[in-house]
Design a binder for this molecule. Structure first.
Ligand SMILES: [Zn+2]
Length: 284
């Protein structure tokens, strides 16, 4: 089937070298764009200035190309939705912040790191954003802020509302706002937009029709659906890929140096062998 309006994206963060787990997600994303006769976009998610490095941008582009992945819009080749690096897209995020502020959907949160650590309920899964206990959620002074800088900003989730969606790989998903996740950050005190906001704004601006990414982000999709609703964007399709795990069952991370694409290549593996490892259910 040819759906020529299909637009998919690869959205790596240049905070380290790509490993087999990233390769798996990006190979699946590229395959799905090909199957649909669609367009693939490379977006450089270098939002965090503390952790992003230009040399990792170069390395990820080189590694993706080595794996045979091709895209037609990106930071290296430009395109109709320039720029393709998040660090250059702040005006888009600021416009969305203003819209959310004016709609009363967000509020400034002055809780200190320490207060949060003391009051926060433990999250069910260790790598997820903890549930915000709600101290600042009744603040109504958002309109007095001309810019988001200097304070954390949270999205006020509709307590008890069910967020349901059908994932094209993992089937039906259901979360309860305020229970599975709380009022989440959309802008950080250090004046960096949060991942949740940037990804929603960029996917809408770049007219992405299907989001392919790792299963660690399934729950974030529920948060993002709330943001998409508040901003009046159309909802893309979602396809979350199962994560690769190591022998101990832990998901692959930057510490798994041996499974870095670059490392495997330097050890003499061919792109075909690395692709096979990335797509197999039981990696080494
Ligand atoms: Zn607070």
């Amino acid at each position: 089937m040819q759906l020529t309006n299909y637009r998919g994206r690869l959205a790596p963060s240049p905070t380290g070298l790509l490993h087999l787990g990233h390769a798996r997600t990006f190979l699946i994303a590229a395959q799905r764009a090909r199957d649909h006769g669609g367009t693939l976009v490379l977006r450089n998610e270098d939002l965090d200035p503390q952790r992003s490095r230009p040399e990792f941008v170069e390395a990820m582009i080189e590694d993706l190309r080595w794996l045979g992945i091709r895209w037609s819009e990106g930071p290296d080749c430009g395109g109709p939705h320039d720029p393709y690096s998040q660090s250059e897209r702040r005006t888009f995020y600021l416009a969305a912040w203003r819209m959310l502020r004016d709609a009363g959907a967000i509020y400034p949160c002055s809780c200190s790191r320490r207060e949060l650590a003391e009051a926060t309920l433990a999250p069910n899964d260790t790598d997820d954003e903890p549930l915000y206990p709600g101290k600042c959620r009744h603040r109504n002074d958002a309109a007095q802020f001309a810019t988001p800088a200097g304070i954390n900003w949270r999205f006020r989730v509709p307590e008890g509302e069910r967020i349901e969606f059908t994932d094209l790989n993992l089937n039906s998903q259901r979360y309860v706002a305020g229970n599975d996740f709380g009022d989440f950050l959309i802008w950080r005190r250090d004046n960096v937009p949060a991942y949740q906001l940037a990804v929603v704004v960029d996917d809408a601006a770049m007219q992405i029709t299907e989001v392919v990414r790792g299963a660690d982000l399934v729950k974030s999709t529920a948060r993002q659906l709330l943001l998409i609703g508040a901003l009046g964007y159309s909802v893309p399709a979602y396809y979350h890929c199962e994560l690769l795990r190591d022998k101990e069952g832990k998901r692959l991370a930057k510490r798994h140096d041996a499974l870095g694409i670059r490392n495997l290549r330097e050890r003499g593996l061919t792109a075909g062998q690395v692709i096979e490892m990335a797509l197999s259910q039981a990696p080494p």
